[in-house]
Structures are given as structure tokens and as C-alpha cells.
Design a protein. Structure first.
Ligand SMILES: Cc1ncc(COP(=O)(O)O)c(C=O)c1O
Length: 371
């Protein structure tokens, strides 16, 4: 009998649950026999990239016969300038997912611990497990990262701590004061990874400046992305900011052409186009207020959002509500796999999409009550 593929696999990966991507919208529309499905499931930006970014992408397309600039020279320089740093503090990634993976692969040795909040971004435990690291999972408190408990979870075996700020799926933040208190308790040899994929949506005087810790010489890395506020999720481009010695180690294991040339051109143009982000933030803030009011009116509990999505408790099986909403042509994300049986995560869309979602939710919940 021939050996199974599983028996040949790296032991660390056998316990990892496979990621289940959703169906393409077109396929869903075909199955449901409808044509105007809206997707509020992946925390994407409903706005298309700006004209300026479109033009930059078109210009870059002419040169796709060539490999991209493997150093990301211009984009790194522009990012560094924006943060008042030098290019050697910056690394580009194929989305910020790529950078999470590089951080873990570069620093977490088999048997070392990574402190991970739960529920939070699913990629942290997956990558930690893939390299044979130990996941030390700390449950959220009142839908927010419990930094006190996370600090207590640090042991001599801890190498890394993940702080998703704002956190996905709760959309809540930890404040500057809380982070300051936490950082005072983190030993020098523990790396704190600030995952700030939604940072643009969270800005306010209470939001921590994670780069200040880098400037103080602390062992931190801040990860950001062009997938959310910049509307470039499909291109896959993010970046990390850290000490040049850290960046240089990450570069040793980075695929040389991890960020394609169209993505680099688009991200560079997006960085020079603040008006798109401003427009998007205005829309998200209005959508957040609209949905919050509607949830309050419907007596549904929700976590106060500082991101472009909201976690709402629909008071009954989220996976049932998800399926009923699907029939209404609205895709959201049930949080059942996180052990949150009655929670849905809904991405804030355009005003029209938000209204459609609310209308469908009201219909579905009314139907559920009378059933
Ligand atoms: C908390 C968090 N971090 C990182 C990412 C990764 O984003 P990307 O790889 O598109 O940059 C996401 C994506 O949804 C996220 O929710």
C-alpha cells in the first residue's frame, strides 16, 4: 500500500483546520437565481480605487513582462517618509498576511510560545501552529483584547504577542493608556506585533501610536495594509515597520518578488491620494452610525466599532440567520466557528448596501420570530 499524503506531511500542519473560502458571488447568484448579491463578509472597501490609482495600475500593466522591483524601492521610501523613518525600517508584503507569516517564521522557534487573543484574526494561530510554535490563547473580555491577561500569559517561553488593533472580528480597540501599561510589563526579548490592518478607521486621541515604541527601541513590529482603507484588497499589498535589524532578518526569508509591480504602483499612487481615504472614512463613519442606530432600534447588542465592520448579536443561531440572509442576496460572516453562536460580523458597505442589509435582517428576524 502506498503511503498517504498525510503520513508524509510536516506534523505541525496536521491539526490545522483548512481555510474555507466563500463561493464566488457569480456562482452564488446562479445557485440562488438572483442577480444583485451584496457581499459584506470580508471587511473590504466598497469603493473602487480612485482614478489616480486606476491610471497608475494601467501604466504599470504595460510592463508586466518584467519582474517587479524586488526591493519595492519607491513604495518603501514613500511609506518611510510618511512615518518619519528610513526605508530600512520598512518591508512590503503580499498583503499584511504575508508579514504575519514572515514574523512568525523568522522568530518563533518550535516549542516557543506566542500569546494570541481570541477571538481574533484566524491567521495568527494557523501560522504559529505551522511552525511548531505553542499557541497561548487569551480570551477577550467584554469584546476587547484583555491586555492584563495577555501580560500575565507571558512566560520565559514566550517569543511573540499579537495585538490586533482594531481587533477582527470585534472591531474594538485597545487604548493608548492600556497599551502603555501593557508594554511596561513586556520583557525586552518578547516581540509585540501590532496588527493595524484597520488603523485608518480607528484614529482618535485614544488610539495608541505603536511606532513610538519602535522609536524607543522596543521589540515591536507594526503591520499595515492597503487592502482596507486604500481599496486594494485584490492586489495583495501590505507593509511592516520595525527596527532595520528585524527587517533585515525578515528579508532573508521573504520571496524576492512577493509584491507584484501593479500592486506597488497602485499602493504608491494610493499613498499620494489622501482624498480617497477621507471619502471612504466619511462613508464608513456614516454607515457605522446608521447600522448602530438600526441595531439599537432592533434591540440587538453590538460591539462599539472602530473599524469598517460591526459584530452584532442577532439573538439566535447566526448560521441560520446567515443562510436566510443569503437567500435575500446578502452575504455576511457568521461567527459560529469562533464559538460565537449568535454573532454575525457585517462589513460596513455603501449607504445602499447598508440599507439592503438592514431590510433583509429585519425581514429574516421577523420571519424567525413568527416561525
Ligand atoms: C486583523 C487583520 N489583520 C490582517 C489582515 C490581512 O489583510 P491583508 O493580508 O489583506 O493585508 C486582515 C484581513 O482581513 C485582518 O482582519
Amino acid at each position: 500500500m502506498s503511503a498517504s499524503w498525510e503520513s508524509l506531511a510536516n506534523d505541525h500542519i496536521l491539526g490545522i483546520a483548512p481555510y474555507e473560502p466563500g463561493k464566488p458571488i457569480e456562482e452564488l447568484e446562479r445557485e440562488l437565481g438572483i442577480s444583485d448579491v451584496i457581499k459584506l463578509a470580508s471587511n473590504e472597501n466598497p469603493l473602487a480605487p480612485s482614478d489616480r490609482v486606476m491610471k497608475a495600475m494601467q501604466a504599470a500593466l504595460t510592463h508586466v513582462n518584467r519582474y517587479p522591483d524586488g526591493s519595492g524601492y519607491y513604495l518603501r521610501k514613500a511609506i518611510a517618509r510618511r512615518h518619519g523613518l528610513t526605508s530600512d525600517h520598512v518591508i512590503l508584503g503580499n498583503g499584511s498576511n504575508d508579514l504575519i507569516e514572515l514574523m512568525v517564521r523568522a522568530f518563533l522557534r518550535p516549542g516557543e510560545e506566542a500569546v494570541i487573543p481570541h477571538p481574533s484574526f484566524v491567521v495568527y494561530p494557523m501560522i504559529v501552529q505551522a511552525v511548531g510554535g505553542i499557541r497561548v490563547v487569551v480570551t477577550l473580555k467584554d469584546q476587547r483584547l484583555d491586555l492584563e491577561a495577555m501580560a500575565r500569559a507571558i512566560t520565559p517561553m514566550t517569543k511573540m504577542v499579537f495585538i490586533a488593533n482594531p481587533n477582527n472580528p470585534t472591531a474594538t480597540i485597545v487604548t493608548a493608556d492600556e497599551v502603555e501599561h501593557f508594554m511596561a510589563r513586556v520583557p525586552d526579548k518578547v516581540i509585540v506585533v501590532f496588527d493595524e490592518a484597520y488603523v485608518e478607521f480607528a484614529q482618535g486621541p485614544d488610539f495608541p501610536d505603536s511606532l513610538a515604541y519602535l522609536k524607543q527601541g522596543r521589540k515591536v513590529a507594526s503591520l499595515r495594509t492597503f487592502s482596507k482603507a486604500a481599496s486594494l484588497a485584490g492586489l495583495r499589498v501590505g507593509y511592516g515597520v520595525a527596527d532595520p535589524d528585524c527587517i533585515s532578518l525578515l528579508n532573508r526569508i521573504r520571496q524576492p518578488f512577493n509584491v507584484n509591480s501593479v500592486a506597488q504602483a497602485a499602493a504608491l499612487a494610493a499613498l499620494e491620494d489622501d482624498s480617497h481615504v477621507v471619502e471612504c472614512l466619511r462613508m464608513i463613519e456614516a454607515g457605522r452610525a446608521f447600522l448602530s442606530d438600526e441595531f439599537t432600534g432592533m434591540k440587538l447588542k453590538f460591539a462599539p466599532s472602530r473599524a469598517n465592520f460591526i459584530l452584532v448579536d442577532v439573538g439566535r443561531s447566526a448560521s441560520e440567520v446567515f443562510h436566510w440572509l443569503l437567500k435575500e442576496g446578502v452575504i455576511v460572516r457568521p461567527m459560529t466557528s469562533f464559538g460565537m453562536e449568535s454573532a454575525l460580523r457585517v462589513t460596513i458597505g455603501t449607504p445602499e448596501e447598508n440599507r439592503r442589509f438592514v431590510k433583509a435582517l429585519k425581514k429574516v428576524l421577523a420571519g424567525a420570530k413568527s416561525a
